[in-house]
Design a binder for this molecule. Sequence first.
Ligand code: ASP
Ligand code: MG
Length: 417
Amino acid sequence: MARIVMKFGGTSVADLDRIRAAAAHIKRETDAGNQVAVVVSAMAGQTNQLVEWTRQASPIHDAREYDTVVSSGEQVTSGLLAIVLQSMGVDARSWQGWQIPIRTNNAHGAARIEDIDPTTLIERFEMGQVAVVSGFQGLGPDNRVATLGRGGSDTSAVAIAAAIEADRCDIYTDVDGVYTTDPRIEPKAARLARVTFEEMLEMASLGAKVLQVRSVELAMVHGVRLFVRSSFDDPHGAGAGSQSNMPGTLICDEDEIVEKQVVTGIAYTRDEAQISLRRLPDVPGVSASIFGPLAEANINVDMIVQGASDDLSKTDLTFTVPSGDVETALSVLADARDQIRYEDVQSDGGLVKVSVIGIGMRSHAGVAATAFRALAEKGINIRAITTSEIKFSVLIGADYTELAVRTLHSVYDLDNR
Ligand code: ASP
Ligand code: MG
C-alpha cells in the first residue's frame, strides 16, 4: 500500500468523458489498495474565461474578488469528479482549499502556500476515503479565498504530497512526459525517462510548459518525486500501479539518475526584446540607475550584457525584456535619462531565447562552444549569451527558432535517444 497524490490538469478533466477517464485511473489505484488524494484543475479553457469576465467587469479590480471568481472552476471539477467516483463505487468527497485548510499568504492572485494541516485528510484515508481537492486555491490570512497564480494546481499537488508525506505524486496531463525539446519543432524529440529537479526547474522557467515553475521548486525542496504521465493512456493498460513500468517522466534527485547525459534538453522562449543603451558613463551606480526604475515598474529584465569600454569612460549596455514590456521600459528609461546619462537608446523586438540545459555541464568543458560553432555554421547570429552552472542561453532572431532548436538538438545527440 502506498499513499499517492494524483493531479489532473485541465485537458484531463475537460468534459465528463475526460472526468470519467480520470476516475478510471483513480479507481485503478484505490483497487490496488492505495490511499489517494486527487488534485484537480478547472476544465480546460475555463480559467481563461473566468479571468476574461473579471477583466470585462472592470479592467482594474479587487484581487480578492478576482480570486473568488477564478477559483470557481476547480470547485466544479472537484465536485463532478467526486460524483463520478461515487457512481463507480469509490468512496470520494471533494475538498475546497478553505476546508482543509490550505493556508496561503495574502498575495491574492499569486499567493504562496504557507501551511497545510494534513490531519483531516489522513483521518479520511484511514476510513478508506478518496479526497478530491480543488487545486489552485487556498485560504488567505484575511480568511478569503486566494489563488496561486496560473498553472498553480501543480503547486497544490506538490504541497499536498509534502504535507501528507505521499510516496508518489503523479501529474496526469495531455502529454506522456517531458521531452528533450518541443516535438512540434523537432519531431525527433524524445521523452526523457528521468530528469533532475534542477534541470526541470530550468526547463520549466525556460519555456517547457509542462509544470508550473514553483511546483518544481517546492518538489525539489521537499524531495517530492514527480511522475509526469498522460491521462489519455489506457487506465487499465500494462504497468498500472507503479511509476517504473509505465510511460512517463520521473522528476527526481540527481543520485537516482544512473545514465547521466551532458545535455538533457533544449528549451526556448519567444517574444523577447532587446534594449541597448549607448555610450553611458562607465561609473559605479550606473546599473542601479537603470535597473532600479525598471524593477519598480515591474519589468522583468532577463539577459544583461555590458560591453567593456575602450577609453574606460563610456560603455554600452544591452538587456532583454518581454516584448510586451518594451514600450513601458522605453518610457521608464526616458524618464530616468538625466540620472543614467546615455547618449542613445535602441530597441529590437522579435527575438527568441534558446537554452541548452544539462546537469552534466557542471563537469564538462566546451559544451557551449559546440553550440556556438554549430549555430555559426548555419549562419545564425547570436546577439547575447548568458550562462549558469547547468544551462546557457543564446538570444537570436525569431526567424531562426526552428533551425536553432533542431541544430542544437542534433549537435548534442538528442535526436537518437
Ligand atoms: N486552472 C488554473 C489555471 O488555468 C490552475 C491550473 O490549471 O493549474 O491556471
Ligand atoms: Mg497546468
